[in-house]
Design a binder for this molecule. Sequence first.
Ligand code: PEP
Length: 254
Amino acid sequence: MRKNIVAGNWKMNKTYQDAQALVSEIDNMVKDEVTNDNVEVIVTPPFPFLQSISKLIQGNPRMHLAAQDVSAHESGAYTGEVSAAMLKSVGVEYVLVGHSERRQYHHEDADLLLKKMRAALKEGIKPIFCCGEPLEVREAEDHFQYVNQQLRETVAHLSNEEFDQIVIAYEPIWAIGTGRTASSQQAQEMHASIREELSRIFDAEAAYNKTILYGGSANPGNAKELFAQPDVDGGLIGGASLKSRDFTDIIKSF
Ligand code: PEP
């Protein structure tokens, strides 16, 4: 059985105090209300809060910690960068790689994304690799080819062992933060296409076992239908992960 994951990406939101309060609420709600043993919950706070949040969620086996970024470099003169070893040392288990906001605002290309994944994997941190097409590509009906290409230029270069450690998140850019969710049918057909491409690159079993998350304006109102699709194994949640009630209700949508 594939692992289901709901990951909250907090982006550049919350102060230290707000972050502590939010994660305490989520932690308590997950303890009290989430009964599905196949669901893993991930929170992805900004760098300065990782260590304190790691301690806060330590006693809850369902809760896991991700970072929003990682340096491609191991250590040294890279001002402002945070290495995989640093993340590991404060309890980080996952890291986002390839989020469309980093691709767009920080010009992260395939070569850099592959280096970041390898840097994380070397430290035992699992990359959550994000892919997804912009609106003009969807409108030109080139979206399957576009996402396959994103996989071919990055994930396809990983070894079988490295591939086993990653999570994929399909995030159509036109749905991120716009309130315009992909329909469950659009999500399902893209997830199935990704799985098919992964089976061509790796093998059918590895592709079948891969957790593929959907991201893009998911909320408590649409999560149930999205998660009911056979190839949708959970969600990467932006806006709705900043509210404990909404985030927990999404987790309970399986
Ligand atoms: C995201 O940025 O990964 C995301 C899915 O955001 P939102 O849920 O706000 O669309």
